[in-house]
Ligand binder design. Sequence first.
Ligand SMILES: NC(=O)c1ccc[n+]([C@@H]2O[C@H](COP(=O)([O-])OP(=O)(O)OC[C@H]3O[C@@H](n4cnc5c(N)ncnc54)[C@H](O)[C@@H]3O)[C@@H](O)[C@H]2O)c1
Length: 341
Amino acid sequence: MAKVVKYGFVGAGSIARYRHLNECAQIKNAKIVAICDIDEKRAKERASEFGGDIYTDWKIMLKEADIDAVIVSTPNNLHAPISIAASKAGKHVLVEKPMATTRTEAKRMIDAAKKAKKYLMVGQNQRLMPPHVRAKEILKSGRVGKVISFRSEFQHPGPEGWSADGSKSWFFKKEDAVMGALGDLGVHKADLMRWLLDDDFVEASAVVSTLVKKIEVDDHGVINLKSKKGIVGTITASWINCGAENNQTVLNCTNGTIEIGTNPDYPVVVTYAKGQGREMHEVGAMASNTNQTGSGIMDMFHDCILKKKAPSIDGHEGYASVATILTAMEAAKQNKTLKIK
Ligand SMILES: NC(=O)c1ccc[n+]([C@@H]2O[C@H](COP(=O)([O-])OP(=O)(O)OC[C@H]3O[C@@H](n4cnc5c(N)ncnc54)[C@H](O)[C@@H]3O)[C@@H](O)[C@H]2O)c1
């Protein structure tokens, strides 16, 4: 019999409920052993649905629960302390995005996992969505040529309708979240674009605002980016969208344009230059807050542990994506273009 991997979950809110626990419950050889939330009622509700012992203190869970790996799905400011402690306790870690709220914390997380010889994976799931996977294949084939510029947008009405605590959510509090729409949605797009372009961003300027909501963090941000290869583009992350969730990316390339998420029937459309025709791709849907298709993140994490192979979405990837967002926020504050470090 294949080895069973035993999991402990810290944070039993919406992402744990709709994705990680739900996806873990469907994996053969995966066992939900412990669920921790400071809200005991919530932990109990999740445990009654998915099994596992209940904890309200993650330090006690790390000490007492017989687990191989920990999934960290808490407010952003707790990602680093919990992940570092879990690594030190000899557990593999899957941490939600943004992996940390400072560069120093992110580096400490990477170091702790390395020292423990355990995996650290970051839940940057946009890379796994079928339309994005198809776009990556098209780019890799070389038929659209090289990317020159892009725009990538991620906009929805905000976490009020998503977070377990609704409009009172930690998502809106500076101390807990540190970043608003940029940390929630912008970091997804920073990661997606780095992966699609197979490149790193080196320069950022941005306008980051709180336009509509009465909250302590940003609800709208537009970032201008330049990559190592010289590709330029914008990322828009926003919580002020009234309509359907907008998760679009357009890549202008030397031999055509790739559009992702602009056509409801064809998630990927390629229009070739000089009237050379179009490709309309019917691929699986993009997961959204209202359309919870499997993210693939838990499967990937489990597979890495089982097969002893390092996750591709590791701490270094998480670092580069969150550093892009932190630099954009600093650039907006200083009204300057800054080098990403
Ligand atoms: N990858 C994605 O697509 C995606 C989507 C949504 C959220 N997220 C990320 O997942 C994380 C959690 O977000 P969410 O949407 O589940 O939020 P949520 O508000 O629904 O849930 C957060 C949970 O953490 C619990 N919590 C707070 N402090 C805790 C502590 N000290 N110990 C244990 N539990 C504690 C809260 O009680 C709450 O149940 C965030 O970092 C967020 O950015 C990722």
